[in-house]
Write a protein that binds this ligand. Structure first.
Ligand SMILES: Cc1cc2nc3c(=O)[nH]c(=O)nc-3n(C[C@H](O)[C@H](O)[C@H](O)COP(=O)(O)OP(=O)(O)OC[C@H]3O[C@@H](n4cnc5c(N)ncnc54)[C@H](O)[C@@H]3O)c2cc1C
Length: 369
């Protein structure tokens, strides 16, 4: 009989982060992941640790994101010391470009709303005009359509594949079990214990955490939770490598440590379709070249489509089942950004019910209305 204190279903960035945090607290943990699954946001994302613009209408999420960003520096250092894996994390601050006055005014009013809503009002994003923006990046001439940008000193970026590898290494060092060829088919709750089944085996655990991205919906129903998530496709382009040019990440453009530019990302409601399309690739490339005309001299070498896991308000969802206590659902867009909190704070909630202040705002109940 295979047993664990906690079974985590899903071995993407969120499942591995939670499992690592839980194992560090002394729980015996098994992670079951179907690595051959078609959908892995953790392997297809843009790699931003991003604060600006997040949390409109839910100040707790704005705070939560900022808290995560503040923890990233120490977290990445600890992870590298522990595993020897460098994840290319940098926090130089980040930009979101505005092409035209309309975009600039809209962004400005969004930031004003965020600032008004933010507890204490000390939300330090700022709007920069074109000249101020160019002063940050003199080596990259701006396109003529650039009006300016919003800027946050808290934003940064990293290599998300290296992050996932480092977390898996850290998890394995705790002695937790990670099985990456396991499509979980059912979760049943009997006598205060969960039976988690795949095609071959049954696992028994006191608690189960469903962190399997787009696979959550089906399994959550079996523990009494109706989870309103949907896929949304984002396409990303990658250029050939070039010399270091752009120190700051933009929400749609960043230069990696290796020298490639990553350009992204579309927002497409196309169901479970991960194909790439010429029209979206053209839009993404055109937006990048309008921002920095110099990018037009670089060849594109790769592109892909990946699916975001979105709740109706695109904010995180953390919930325990009332009918099957001990069954948890954890899902979030921004799973990269929130990693330090998923590793360090959520395990206390799962193990002891000790949730951070204001945590109830991330509950499913917000969608009841
Ligand atoms: C285009 C794009 C750009 C993004 N950019 C950013 C960004 O810049 N910054 C940021 O913070 N976030 C970004 N995100 C969001 C981020 O990638 C996600 O929040 C995060 O990866 C979600 O991780 P996850 O572990 O929940 O899901 P996934 O990575 O999807 O992992 C879920 C895992 O569960 C497995 N699984 C599913 N069903 C089952 C089952 N029944 N049994 C066993 N295993 C199962 C899957 O195979 C998969 O391995 C982006 C996402 C996309 C798509």
């Amino acid at each position: 009989m295979k047993t664990a204190d906690i079974v985590v279903v899903g071995g993407g960035i969120i499942g591995i982060s939670l499992a690592y945090g839980l194992a560090r607290q002394g729980a015996s943990v098994t992670v079951l992941d179907n690595a051959k699954g078609m959908y892995s946001a953790s392997r297809g994302n843009f790699g931003l640790v991003w604060v600006q613009g997040k949390g409109l209408g839910m100040p707790r999420y704005a705070e939560w994101t900022l808290e995560a960003a503040e923890k990233w520096h120490n977290f990445s250092q600890e992870l590298t010391e522990k595993t020897g894996n460098v994840i290319d994390y940098e926090q130089p601050g980040g930009f979101e470009v505005c092409l035209g006055e309309k975009e600039w005014s809209l962004r400005k009013s969004e930031l004003e709303q965020l600032r008004d809503e933010f507890p204490g009002g000390n939300y330090d994003n700022q709007m920069l005009d074109r000249k101020q923006m160019q002063e940050y990046i003199p080596e990259m001439p701006l396109g003529e359509n650039v009006t300016g940008a919003s800027y946050s000193p808290h934003d940064g970026h990293l290599n998300p594949l290296k992050l996932l590898t480092a977390l898996i290494t850290a998890l394995e060092e705790t002695g937790a079990a990670l099985d990456t060829d396991q499509q979980v088919e059912s979760v049943a709750y009997r006598k205060k214990c969960f039976e988690i089944k795949n095609a071959k085996d049954s696992y028994y655990a006191k608690k189960v955490v469903l962190a399997c991205g787009l696979g959550i919906k089906e399994l959550a129903q079996q523990v009494g939770l109706n989870i309103p998530i949907r896929p949304q496709r984002g396409q990303i382009l990658v250029t050939e490598r070039t010399k270091p040019l752009l120190k700051y990440p933009f929400v749609t453009i960043r230069q990696t440590h290796e020298g490639s530019f990553m350009l992204g990302a579309s927002h497409e409601e196309v169901g479970f379709d991960t194909e790439t399309t010429l029209d979206q690739m053209r839009n993404i490339a055109s937006h990048a070249v309008q921002t920095f005309p110099e990018l037009s001299r670089l060849q594109l070498v790769r592109c892909w489509g990946a699916l975001r896991i979105l709740t109706p308000d695109a904010k995180p969802l953390y919930v325990e089942s009332e009918t099957c206590p001990g069954a948890f659902v954890v899902t979030s867009h921004s799973g990269i950004t929130l990693t330090p909190l998923h590793v360090n704070l959520l395990p206390k909630w799962i193990l002891e019910g000790d949730a951070p202040g204001g945590f109830e705002q991330f509950h499913l109940k917000r969608f009841d209305a």
